[in-house]
Design a protein around this ligand. Structure first.
Ligand code: P6P
Length: 340
């Protein structure tokens, strides 16, 4: 196969679907460079004093790891001067990030989780950067407002992730299918390795942290029991695979088929909607999986239809193979759950 880079692939795909000007290509190019810098540090993390915690706590109440603080700064510093953004939202920052006056401003909004799964860094588990791209909704030169940023996931222009694992891969969609690129360190380029990824319609894997069983509602418990029983479409129990790193669990299920679940749990009154964030985790994964033929719901609603009310709101997430996620919808429908 001819070696195709991300930008070449984007330009080829734009022939069918004329997208943005070169600004989108510039955005993606700068994001890719950020990922290469992050990947370099992640790959040698065990050798440098970048492991462990900074001793600070982020807006999510989670201990900040040195590498995710580093990753956050790499993306912010590089993307703010790219001249293509009017705002950024990071999972690590409480408020949205405006573009400093000395830099040119563009029309795109970048929402990202700089290093998802960072709690696993010390155990050398695969972790990743998740990103989501919107356009601003008003065409004034006024500063961007929070309302312009709080757009539902269906408005995403593009979404993707970089997974720092046995190899470094970038998987993304710009609304024209899902494509995977593997970093070839010898040339320093992400090269097309997985064109037009389609998630199997029926999976054999379920991914959930069963340790929270006692915190789940009844429909969730029945759903998990369904996948563990021989009453499901396979006629035998699914395999349980749970890494505890969203990008890794999602990527495995995208390739092999299956369902990832992070249900609502009632252990913590601050998180009755579970742990994952709508804007920087659920929405990008939902766009990717739908483009790959799968589904993503909160139990009753399509994730991409949920109107966000705040930047870091959490949402229950059931995402993966179409037939497996349809089981979730069926159990919540039977429970008469008419979640607002
Ligand atoms: P738990 C990582 O901290 C993360 O945000 C996701 O990457 C992962 O899916 C989830 O949390 C794991 O959470 O509660 O099962 O440890």
């Amino acid at each position: 196969m001819r070696q195709v880079t991300v930008v070449e692939h984007l330009l080829l795909s734009q022939k069918e679907r004329p997208m943005a000007s070169g600004r989108f290509t510039r955005l993606l190019t700068e994001l890719i460079l950020s990922a290469k810098i992050i990947g370099r540090e992640v790959s040698k993390a065990g050798l440098l004093d970048v492991l462990g915690a900074t001793g600070e706590v982020n807006v999510q109440g989670e201990i900040v790891q040195k590498l995710d603080d580093f990753s956050n700064q790499v993306i912010i510093r590089r993307m703010e001067r790219a001249g293509v953004l009017c705002a950024m939202v990071s999972e690590e920052n409480a408020d949205f990030i405006e573009i400093p006056r000395q830099f040119p401003v563009g029309d795109y909004i970048l929402i990202f989780d700089p290093l998802d799964g960072s709690a696993n860094i010390d155990a050398n588990v695969s972790i990743g950067t998740i990103f989501s791209i919107y356009r601003r909704t008003s065409y004034t030169q006024q500063a961007v407002t929070l309302d312009e940023i709080l757009q539902k996931g269906a408005m995403q222009v593009a979404a993707g992730y970089i997974i720092y694992g046995s190899s470094t891969m970038m998987v993304y969609t710009a609304g024209n299918g899902v494509h995977g690129f593997t970093l070839d360190p010898s040339v320093g380029e992400f090269l097309l390795s997985h064109p037009n990824i389609q998630i199997p319609e029926q999976g054999r894997i379920y991914s959930v942290n069963e340790g929270y069983w006692s915190y789940w509602d009844e429909p969730t418990r029945r759903i998990v029991n369904h996948f563990k029983s021989d009453e499901n479409a396979l006629g035998r129990p699914y395999s349980l695979r749970y890494i505890g790193s969203l990008v890794s669990d999602f990527h495995r299920n995208l390739i092999y088929g299956g369902i990832f679940m992070y249900p609502a749990d009632h252990r913590d009154p601050r998180k009755p909607k579970g742990k994952l964030r709508l804007m920087c985790e659920a929405n990008p994964m939902a766009m990717i999986v739908e483009q790959a033929g799968g589904l993503a719901v909160d139990g009753t609603r399509r994730i991409l239809d949920i109107e966000p009310e705040e930047l870091h709101q959490r949402v229950p997430l059931f995402v993966g193979s179409k037939k497996d996620v349809e089981v979730v919808l069926q159990y919540y429908r039977e429970a008469g759950d008419d979640r607002p």
